[in-house]
Design a protein around this ligand. Sequence first.
Ligand code: 8OZ
Length: 364
Amino acid sequence: MTDKDLFSPYDLGGLTLANRIVMAPLTRNRADAGLVPSQLAADYYAQRASAGLIITEATQVSQQAQGYQNTPGLYTPEQIAGWRKVTDGVHAKGGRIFVQLWHVGRVSHVDLHGGETPVAPSAIRAETKTFVNNGFADVSEPRALAPGEIPTIVEDFRKAAANAIEAGFDGVEVHGANGYLLDQFLRETANVRTDAYGGSIENRARLLVEVTAAVANEIGAHRTGVRLSPVSPASGIVPASDEQPQFNHVVQALDGLGIAYIHVVEGATGGPRDATPFDFDALRQRFRKTYIANNGYDLELANLRLSQGKADLIAFGHHFIANPDLVERLQSGAPLAQMNSATIYGGGGEGYTDYPTARVSTDA
Ligand code: 8OZ
């Protein structure tokens, strides 16, 4: 053990994490009616509370922000009450939990919005599918947000961040990754606006920076983070010519806001780490606070990157699905269980809350 290995504590903006293992956000599509997190969700997250930090599944800031069936929201009193059960359960076990807030933009379907057209930076359809009406379907053709609608998006994130604190969260992660609304604005292949939110690198970053500033002003920069995926083709993102300068600029601007962390998907989300050349160290160097690294990490690579000073925290995604005690397994060398991919999205407790720990708990 070194003073900086995965199992050592970490100070995240004044919040002490028991270790440097982060549970990455994982969409599970099991919200109850009203898009309220269920009691099962409370059980699921409490089972995983030994992570240094849990980041929840992506959670809508408004009804318009939804892109898949049964993903939870954080804009109604019932949703706030549902999330309160989740945060209470995690805190009772000594864990820490941020909520990931998203707006999906064009990655959506009219049937999720009573026939209304999904919104996007520009009217450019993504070549991707969503999950709706219990099956996969092509996403709908979006319409471009009018300039007058953009302040509403910022305000929806601000309100949801305030709701997050009311629900007992330790902080908020703004979802700026994986091809959803804020990422769509960053890309010249999805954003051909000619107003202050399109065109130059600075203009395309404007909405993400404004949203993050609004969240940070509402709840404090020390409990605000942002997730980015500079070279991921997720959700129909088409590679652009300028990812490196675009993301160098974004990270410089986020550093200027003094937020707690950036959470970077290195490579293709859930896929190869090095399919597209990109200098992630350039982001690390531009951001003075915490760098959370994600994508394809194992114990060895995690400890290597920590010891090299290339990351402060490491986020694991899929491994947390089948290993509620991932921290203990990594520490003891116990084998990792494999997830059942048929039960990732939707359904009940099967493949959700029924994965056992490696050791039978003595204090259950
Ligand atoms: C998988 C299925 C649906 C959504 C992301 C929120 O990629 C997601 C997501 C992942 O960030």
